[in-house]
Design a protein around this ligand. Structure first.
Ligand code: GLA
Length: 731
C-alpha cells in the first residue's frame, strides 16, 4: 500500500520508496499539507505546524475568535482564493453572480488501484500495475462547485503525479480564470530555484537562483513549452549538488504555455504553484461539466540532482512515452536537412542515402521541402501533397530504392502551420488563428492553424493518415516552427475566446493521439525549431525530440547536459553534422561529434559523400560502436560526472547498466590548457566487488576502485579532444 488513511487522525499519507507526502483534514475540513520529504514511516507530521496570530491574516467565519487560525499561513494542498490566503492562488474562478471566491473544504476521498487517466490529456500510466490513485474531493462552502485532487503514486519510482478536476455541480455556468495542476507548500528550510532557460539554438541552460521574498516565475506565453523556459523546475537546498542535498522536481506534462510560480512569503514558507499559463485564459464551465488540468510529476531526492534526474528518466521512459519504440533498438538515421535544405530531388537524396547505407545507416529521413510549392519557407505549408517536380512519380520510387539499399524511410511534417502562399490558405483563410480586423503576426512567414477546430484537425488527420497508409513510412518528424500568437478562433463565440490557448494544445494532442494510435509502428520524433517543445506532454506521443537546431558538438554538450536534468538522454535527437559547423563555424573531430551524438538518439545530418575516406571509415566504426552500446544508452542509468562549475573546462558523463554489467564513460575537454590538472571522475553504478575490463585493452580495475578512486584520464590535447571508454564486468 502506498496510500494510507487513518480515520482516527484523518491523515492521508502517500509513501514512495524514499519519500513521504502527507496531508490532514482538520476539524473544519481544511485540507492541510503537513509534509513532503524523506521517507518517515508512521510519522504524524501535524506537530510541525504551530499556529500564532500573525496580524493581518484573516480568520474564517467559524474561527473568527481564533486569531491564530488563518489560511494565510497554513500549508495547503490546493488553495482557493479570496478566502483569507493572500499568497499565490492555485485557482481563480468567477461565479454566475460575478463573485470571485472559493473556500475549499474536504468532502471525501477515494483510494484505488492503478493510475488515474485524464481525458484528452497526456498523463503518466502504469505499466506493471503497481501505481495507486488517491482522489480527494473538496467542495466550495458557498457554491455547488467541487474540486477533485488526483494523486497517482509510483512508489518504486519516487514520483507522485498530481492533477486537478473542477466540477460544476450547479445550475449556472462559471468561468475559470486559473487552475493550477498542483500547489505544494514547503514551510521550512532554505531553498533555491534551478530552472532551465534558453533560446533557439541554446535550449535548457541551467540557472540557479536564490529565492527572495517575492514570486519567481518560470513561464512561457508562446503556446508551446518553448526554447526560452522549460516547464521543468527544481527547488533545491543551497548545498544541493549532483550527489548530495535535497531537491524537489516539478514537471508539468503539458506542451502549451505554462507557468510555475515560486513564492517565498514573509514567514519564509515557499509555495510552488504550477500548471498551464492563465494568460488570456477564461474557460466557461457549464453545469454538469468538468475541467481537467494537465498533470504535474513531483519527485523528491535527498541525494542530489543526479538521483532526481534518474527518477524522472525512469518515469518518462517507462510511464510517459507510450510508444512501442521504448522497448526497441533505434535505427541509425540520416537526415538531409543540413545537407540540402529544400533544394533536393529523388536522385540527390538517393546519392546521400547510398553512401549512408554503405556505411551502415539504416533509416533515411527526408526533411522539409518535399510537398506543395515548398522551395523556400515562404510557401507550401499546409499542402501535404508530394512535389513531383522534385520527386517524380511521388514517394514510391524513392522508398523503393531505399528499401533496396536496406533502408527504412522517414518524413518531415509541420501539421500545425500554414503559409498564406498555399492552396490550403487560399481555400480556408478562416482556418488560421487571427483576431478580426487586425493583420496577423508572422513567424518564418507562416501562420498558425486553428487547432481548436475539429474540421482543421480532420483535414490534417486526412492528409497524414493517407500519407502513412499509402506509403511505407516508419518515421515521422513532427515540427512546429513558430510561437503561437493572434489567439482567436473563428469557430468560437466571443465569450469562449479565452479557451483558445488551452484548446489549441488539446487539439494538437488530439491529432497526435489519433495518428500515433492508428500507426503504432511509426516512430514519431517531436521538434519545434529544434527543442522548442521539449516536454513530458510531447514525450507521451513522441519518444524522441530533436533536441536543438544547434548541431555543434560543443554547444550540444551544454544543451544535452541541461536537458538531462529532467529528460532521459535517449529522448534527445542528436546528430553528427558537417564541419565547420553550420551554426557556429567551429570544427571538431568526427570522433568528438560521435561521442556527443551518442548521448542521444544517434544519427547523421550531412552529405557523407563529402567526407574524406579516413572520416568515412571513422563513421563506420562509430556506427558499430553505437550498435554495441545502444541497449545501454536506451535502458541504462545516466550519471552526470561533473558539477555545473566544471562545465567550462570539460564535460563527463556515464551510462551504467542497471545490473552493473557494463558502463560507458564519456569525456569531452572543452578548453584544453597547457600543463593542466588531470581530470579524475568517479564512476557510478558498478558492482563494487567485481572487476571490470576496459574494452579493447587488457586493463582491469575493481568496481570499488573505479567508484571510490575514480578514473584518471590521460592528458589530452588539441581542439576539443574526447574519450569514450567502455568498462565490461568480468564474469
Ligand atoms: C526546424 C527543424 C529543423 C528542420 C527545419 C525545416 O528548424 O528544427 O531540423 O527540420 O525546421 O524547415
Amino acid at each position: 500500500m502506498s496510500i494510507l488513511y487513518s480515520p482516527e487522525t484523518r491523515l492521508l499519507t502517500l509513501r514512495t520508496a524514499h519519500s513521504t507526502y502527507q496531508m490532514d483534514i482538520d476539524e473544519g475540513g481544511f485540507l492541510r499539507h503537513t509534509y513532503y520529504g524523506a521517507r518517515a514511516d508512521g510519522a504524524d507530521f501535524r506537530y510541525l505546524h504551530r499556529r500564532y496570530d500573525r496580524g493581518f491574516a484573516g480568520n474564517p467565519a467559524e474561527r473568527r475568535n481564533d486569531r491564530a487560525f488563518s489560511l494565510d499561513n497554513m500549508p495547503q494542498e490546493y488553495t482557493g482564493f479570496n478566502a483569507g490566503d493572500y499568497r499565490t492562488p492555485a485557482l481563480c474562478l468567477v461565479h454566475a453572480d460575478g463573485s470571485y471566491a472559493a473556500d475549499l473544504r474536504y468532502a471525501g476521498h477515494e483510494i484505488r488501484k492503478g493510475k488515474y487517466a485524464l481525458p484528452g490529456l497526456p498523463a503518466a500510466f502504469d505499466r506493471g500495475g503497481a501505481a495507486e490513485t488517491l482522489v480527494v474531493t473538496l467542495r466550495d462552502t458557498a457554491s455547488p462547485l467541487q474540486i477533485r485532487l488526483y494523486y497517482g503514486v509510483f512508489e518504486e519510482l519516487d514520483v507522485i503525479a498530481r492533477a486537478t478536476e473542477i466540477v460544476n455541480g450547479g445550475e449556472s455556468a462559471v468561468y475559470i480564470e486559473k487552475a493550477a495542476s498542483a500547489c505544494v507548500d514547503i514551510p521550512y528550510g532554505k531553498w533555491e530555484l534551478l530552472h532551465f532557460q534558453g533560446r533557439h539554438c541554446m535550449e535548457r541552460q541551467p540557472e540557479r537562483l536564490p529565492l527572495g521574498h517575492d514570486v519567481q516565475v518560470v513561464e512561457s506565453r508562446r503556446g508551446a513549452s518553448s526554447h526560452h523556459h522549460n516547464p521543468f523546475v527544481i527547488v533545491c537546498a543551497p548545498d544541493a549538488r549532483e550527489y548530495s542535498g535535497e531537491c524537489y522536481g516539478f514537471m508539468p506534462v503539458w506542451s502549451g504555455s505554462h507557468k510555475t510560480e515560486v513564492e517565498t512569503d514573509s514567514l519564509e514558507s515557499v509555495r510552488v504553484v504550477t500548471g498551464f499559463h492563465e494568460s488570456q485564459f477564461r474557460w466557461k464551465l457549464e453545469p454538469g461539466e468538468s475541467f481537467f488540468t494537465p498533470e504535474v510529476l513531483l519527485s523528491y531526492s535527498a541525494e542530489g540532482f543526479s538521483r532526481l534526474s534518474r527518477q524522472y528518466h525512469d518515469m518518462i521512459r517507462y510511464h510517459i512515452c507510450k510508444s512501442s519504440y521504448v522497448g526497441k533498438p533505434r535505427k541509425i538515421l540520416i537526415n538531409n536537412w543540413e545537407a540540402t535544405f529544400m533544394n533536393f530531388t529523388t536522385e540527390r537524396l538517393l546519392n546521400i542515402a547510398r553512401q549512408a547505407a554503405a556505411l551502415g545507416v539504416d533509416l533515411f529521413v527526408m526533411d522539409d521541402g518535399w510537398f506543395g510549392a515548398r522551395d523556400t519557407d515562404d510557401a507550401g505549408l499546409g499542402d501535404w501533397v508530394v512535389n513531383e517536380r522534385k520527386l517524380p512519380g511521388g514517394l514510391a520510387p524513392l522508398i523503393g530504392e531505399l528499401k533496396k539499399l536496406g533502408m527504412d524511410f522517414g518524413i518531415w511534417i509541420e501539421p500545425e502551420m500554414v503559409n498564406e502562399d498555399s492552396d490550403l490558405f487560399r481555400a480556408h483563410p478562416e482556418w488560421v488563428l487571427k483576431a478580426p480586423n487586425r493583420p496577423p503576426m508572422y513567424g518564418r512567414n507562416q501562420l498558425v492553424l486553428d487547432m481548436t477546430r475539429a474540421d482543421v484537425r480532420d483535414y490534417l488527420y486526412g492528409c497524414f493518415s493517407k500519407l502513412l497508409r499509402e506509403n511505407d513510412i516508419s518515421y515521422v518528424k513532427w515540427d512546429m516552427n513558430r510561437s503561437v500568437s493572434d489567439v482567436f478562433s473563428n469557430a468560437l463565440p466571443a465569450e469562449r475566446q479565452g479557451e483558445v490557448p488551452f484548446r489549441y494544445t488539446l487539439g494538437v494532442y488530439d491529432l497526435l493521439e489519433r495518428l500515433t494510435s492508428e500507426f503504432p509502428g511509426v516512430l514519431f520524433e517531436g521538434c519545434a525549431g529544434g527543442g522548442g517543445r521539449f516536454d513530458a506532454g510531447m514525450l507521451y506521443y513522441t519518444p524522441q525530440i530533436w533536441c536543438s537546431d544547434d548541431t555543434d558538438a560543443i554547444e550540444r554538450l551544454d544543451i544535452q547536459y541541461g536537458t538531462s536534468f529532467g529528460y532521459p538522454p535517449f529522448t534527445m535527437g542528436a546528430h553528427v553534422s558537417a564541419c565547420p559547423n553550420q551554426q557556429t563555424g567551429r570544427t571538431t573531430s568526427m570522433f568528438t561529434r560521435g561521442v556527443v551524438a551518442m548521448s542521444g538518439t544517434f544519427g547523421y545530418e550531412l552529405d557523407l559523400n563529402r567526407l574524406a575516406q579516413s572520416e568515412k571509415e571513422e563513421v563506420q566504426l562509430q556506427i558499430e560502436a553505437f550498435r554495441k552500446v545502444e541497449p545501454l544508452l536506451r535502458n541504462g542509468d545516466y550519471y552526470r560526472l561533473n558539477e555545473l562549475e566544471d562545465l567550462g573546462y570539460y564535460s563527463a558523463w556515464e551510462f551504467a547498466a542497471r545490473d552493473g554489467s557494463e558502463a560507458l564513460l564519456n569525456l569531452v575537454v572543452k578548453h584544453v590548457r597547457a600543463n593542466a590538472p588531470l581530470i579524475n571522475v568517479r564512476l557510478k553504478g558498478l558492482t563494487p566487488g567485481a572487476s571490470y575490463r576496459l574494452d579493447g585493452s587488457e586493463e582491469t580495475y575493481s568496481g570499488a576502485a573505479l567508484m571510490s578512486g575514480g578514473y584518471t584520464f590521460p592528458m589530452l590535447w588539441g581542439d576539443y579532444p574526447s574519450m569514450q571508454l567502455r568498462f565490461v564486468r568480468v564474469e
